[in-house]
Design a binder for this molecule. Structure first.
Ligand code: HEC
Ligand SMILES: [Cu+2]
Length: 351
């Protein structure tokens, strides 16, 4: 038989792994433990209430067990049968009533929150309506009342309720912005799920797909960017403004033939793939190639956007295995550079 030490030794790698996994969950912007909006706050409060109650139960039950184990252990030489308490009304009432009280304390705020958080804001004239459509492996955000369709970056005004209608274009995904609200599944077969959230503070919040959907599931990132309401109005105007083709006619031709068959910029191109209008102002390319300045300042923000676009356009498969954009390794260096420069320059002036 395994002795205790061997058992612990076998358990050690598992423990180490769990510690690592939990440490990775501690990423500030991906944590439900650092709520940044009222919906996430309410959910966090509920978690705290249940954890406090459950920890209390654990402490009390363990304390009583320990006491009983020590106090009523069989002492050497003692052959008597202990006093039998089977059918004790007093004990049975105690261990029925206490859990009922605890469940009520837990149940009341839970049910309250369930109703609060399932409110439907889709008809509320003050809410910003957004239809979220998940695709293998990108997110589409449509603002039906504003006539805007964009991808990968959900821009919202601070303080406003955002009424989400979530659906999918293919398989089951789940829309999740941990610091703002819990998950909502995007179900196949045309069914739509609703949720809402708001962000009182300006900021960029990381979102994830929370339902295993394919090889690039873990790379299906998006951002929620909250800006003050005046900046939001500037954004809605800027993203609807007309966009010109690349000024070099050869680059423009390649861009039209090779990219606008799928993508849209301004009022040109197709609606079924990520809309690239304003991509030069986004926080990332493809949700995962983040456009931040390198720490050593070797590259500026501009260079990073350009570099990310260039890398992505040439070989998207390298960054998101199984994604539905073809590679463009056949384009000439001049074409790749020209198109990347053009897209990096598609900026929206709103902040
Ligand atoms: C067959 C359709 C198709 C063609 C043609 C295509 N793309 Fe894409 N593109 C996609 C899809 C699908 C995605 C989303 C990939 C993902 O993230 O899973 C995408 C993503 C992108 C992104 C990232 C978008 C974002 O929101 O971050 C850029 C930039 C892009 N494509 C540029 C181009 C350029 C430039 C061309 C032409 C050289 C091109 N694409 C041709 C389908 C296409
Ligand atoms: Cu997914």
């Amino acid at each position: 038989m395994m002795n205790r030490w061997q058992f612990l030794k076998r358990l050690a790698p598992l423990m180490a792994m769990m510690a690592l996994v939990l440490a990775a969950c501690g990423r500030e912007d991906l944590s439900t433990l650092n709520p940044q909006g009222p919906v996430a706050q309410q959910q966090f409060d509920l978690m705290k209430t249940s954890i406090i109650i459950m920890s209390g139960v654990v402490v009390v039950v363990f304390a009583i067990s320990l006491y009983v184990i020590i106090r009523f252990r069989r002492r050497s030489g003692d052959k008597t049968i202990p006093k039998q308490v089977e059918g004790s009304h007093k004990l049975e009432i105690i261990w029925t009533v206490i859990p009922i009280i605890l469940l009520v304390i837990l149940g009341v705020p839970t049910v309250q929150s369930v109703f609060d958080l399932s409110k439907d804001y889709s008809k509320d004239p003050d809410a910003v309506k957004v239809i979220v459509t998940s695709h293998l492996y990108w997110w589409e955000f449509e603002y039906p009342e504003l006539g805007i369709k964009t991808a990968q970056e959900l821009v919202i005004p601070t303080g406003k309720t955002i009424a989400i209608e979530a659906k999918t274009a293919d398989v089951l995904h789940s829309f999740w912005v941990p610091s703002l609200a819990g998950k909502i599944d995007t179900n196949p077969a045309g069914n739509e799920n609703k949720m809402f959230f708001s962000a009182p503070k300006k900021g960029v919040y990381l979102g994830k797909c929370a339902e295993l959907c394919g090889p690039s599931h873990g790379l299906m990132d998006f951002k929620v960017k909250s800006v003050d309401p005046a900046a939001f109005d500037r954004w809605t105007a800027a993203i609807k403004a007309p966009v010109a083709l690349p000024s070099d006619p050869a680059i423009a031709k390649t861009f039209e033939d090779r990219c606008l068959s799928c993508h849209a910029v301004g009022d040109m191109g197709g609606p079924a793939y990520p809309n690239l209008t304003g991509i030069g102002s986004r926080e990332s390319v493809g949700g995962i190639l983040v456009n931040v300045e390198a720490d050593d300042k070797k590259y500026s923000h501009e260079d990073t956007i350009y570099n990310n676009l260039y890398k992505w356009i040439k070989d998207p498969e390298k960054f998101k295995p199984g994604n539905q954009m073809p590679d463009h390794k056949d384009l000439t260096e001049a074409e790749l550079k020209g198109i990347s420069e053009y897209l990096a320059g598609l900026k929206l002036d709103y902040e």
